[in-house]
Design a protein around this ligand. Structure first.
Ligand code: HEC
Length: 136
């Protein structure tokens, strides 16, 4: 009887842990505070802005997000969490510039607060403009 209980508990734990792992792979929807959602992009998109944003992205972001934001950077496989392909119409139409700003520089949980790394407000919008320019 005791052995049976132990077996049952072991099996139940495996199922719970397995379930949690599976859940983690399904991406939680982004909940961005309303003031960020409606925040206005302070830098009009231009060739220069996009080029400056690309420089930052290639240096600080592409290792995970991949060249061109495809979500397939060298580190992407080991993150244990799904990344969007930032170039898809699906991603581009889902989020406002303010939401992309929030996702990029404030983030959630441990992914990722880059407010110190990219301290200049204009630089942050340049990155948002670059991400916008990836749209297929
Ligand atoms: C060490 C890996 C890593 C680096 C470097 C990184 N990110 Fe991310 N980023 C993530 C992860 C993981 C998520 C998903 C977080 C979540 O869904 O909770 C994410 C989410 C995002 C998102 C929302 C889209 C999505 O897939 O959820 C944007 C936009 C983004 N990051 C932009 C950037 C920018 C801009 C930089 C560089 C300044 C950057 N990231 C650097 C790992 C990284």
């Amino acid at each position: 009887m005791k052995t049976k209980n132990v077996l049952f508990i072991a099996l139940a734990s495996v199922m719970v842990i397995g379930g949690l792992t599976a859940m983690r792979l399904v991406k939680d929807p982004w909940q961005v505070p309303a003031d960020y959602k409606t925040m206005k992009n302070k830098v009009p998109s231009s060739k220069n802005s996009i080029a400056d944003g690309k420089e930052i992205f290639d240096m600080a972001c592409a290792s995970c997000h991949g060249a061109g934001g495809k979500g397939n950077g060298v580190k992407a496989k080991n993150l244990g969490i799904e990344l969007y392909d930032l170039s898809t119409a699906d991603y581009q139409s889902k989020f406002t510039d303010g939401e992309i700003y929030y996702q990029s520089f404030i983030g959630r949980e441990k992914w990722h607060d880059f407010r110190k790394a990219v301290a200049d407000e204009n630089d942050r919008w340049n990155v948002v403009n670059y991400i916008r320019s990836l749209k297929k």
